[in-house]
Design a protein around this ligand. Structure first.
Ligand SMILES: Cc1cc2nc3c(=O)[nH]c(=O)nc-3n(C[C@H](O)[C@H](O)[C@H](O)COP(=O)(O)O)c2cc1C
Length: 181
């Protein structure tokens, strides 16, 4: 059966650079695997009073993540870390579906690829922290990362990639495909 990659942008803004980079990766990967994007705009802030029974929006993201063979997370960098929206999503995915049984958490043990488009750092702080967070969930995060430091591209609407960034993205796509095969 065709493998599924679920793309998750940590930026909620439409056409944010991270979403654009994910779309680019999905164009490369879609020749070999099924690609879809997670819409988690309706997810409530995690509140333990809301956990059981799970809200519809939570069930939706859990089902999407459970059905995926791999996740590709595109993380912006906010104050040297990942976005609050992404942290909230991962917090929900870390929680058990069956009360007390953490093996039922939708995000547990997932194969994950990561990329970041950010200001001067290219998102290296954000991805470092994200790697630590995902390790807590027992995820297998692939070594390859695509980092894009915007520099003069900051004010542009469309993301253009330098040749080395394009090459890093292709290497990461290949690495993910080899993990999936
Ligand atoms: C609240 C906030 C904090 C930011 N902090 C950083 C930072 O620490 N390092 C960095 O390189 N860029 C930082 N940026 C710039 C964003 O990473 C950059 O605008 C990125 O393109 C946003 O992602 P998006 O285009 O996918 O929405 C920050 C932006 C915001 C809104």
């Amino acid at each position: 059966m065709e493998k599924r990659v679920l793309f998750i942008s940590g930026s909620l803004r439409h056409d944010g650079f991270n979403t654009q980079l994910l779309r680019r990766a999905s164009r490369y990967l879609s020749a070999s695997v099924s690609c879809s994007f997670l819409d988690y705009r309706g997810l409530p802030l995690l509140d333990q009073d809301l956990e059981f029974p799970e809200p519809d929006a939570v069930r939706h993201v859990r089902n999407e993540v459970s059905a995926a063979d791999a996740l590709w997370i595109g993380s912006p960098e906010y104050n040297h870390s990942y976005s609050g929206a992404l942290k909230n999503l991962i917090d929900w995915l870390s929680r058990p579906v069956v009360p007390g049984d953490y093996s039922t958490a939708a995000g547990r043990g997932k194969l994950v690829a990561m990329s970041s488009v950010a200001g001067s750092s290219g998102g290296s702080f954000s991805l470092g922290r994200l790697r630590e967070l995902l390790a807590m969930l027992g995820c297998s995060v692939i070594e390859e990362e695509t980092l894009v430091a915007l520099g003069e591209r900051f004010g542009q609407a469309a993301l253009t990639l330098l040749p080395e960034e394009e090459a890093a993205l292709l290497r990461e796509c290949d690495a993910l495909l080899s993990c999936l095969s």
